[in-house]
Design a protein around this ligand. Sequence first.
Ligand SMILES: [Zn+2]
Ligand SMILES: [Zn+2]
Length: 170
Amino acid sequence: MESKAFKIDELDKSIIEIIQKEPSLTHTEIARKVNRSQPTIGTRIRKLEKAGVLKFQAGINVKTMDLLLARVEIQTSKPDETVKLVKDCPHMLNAFRLSGTSNFSILVVSNKLAHLDEIVNHHFRKDPNVSDVYMDIITDVTNDLILPLDFNFENCSLTSNHECCGKCFA
Ligand SMILES: [Zn+2]
Ligand SMILES: [Zn+2]
């Protein structure tokens, strides 16, 4: 991973672990658990949040939802376009840059299997800048996985001309 050059110390790690387990604890309660003052905790948390290290993420636990997830690996000669697509298209939840035979692994969501295949055809297989496309359906998620979803993906269908990302089936 690209280093964001933000160093966290043991106290930061303890605070983060406590918040991960119990996000609703007050600064006073956290202070008591780590034997520090309440203002110290407040300062640390603000610093971690400002640096973007500590985030409070609301979303859907995909482990509990009846959704189809696929991992799509591609080799593209235009990585910037893939990054933009992942940001714009509600079917694309996130992407990982890879070093290897594929240069991207993309998490794609849909509620129908046929649709998932169509999305991958439309956005990747038909793209002349993309040379290899492998799609695997994710059959189980081990731990809770909380992802923010853009429910516009539910409006995108093969039979309608709905353009959910402006590029889907346009
Ligand atoms: Zn779409
Ligand atoms: Zn799309």
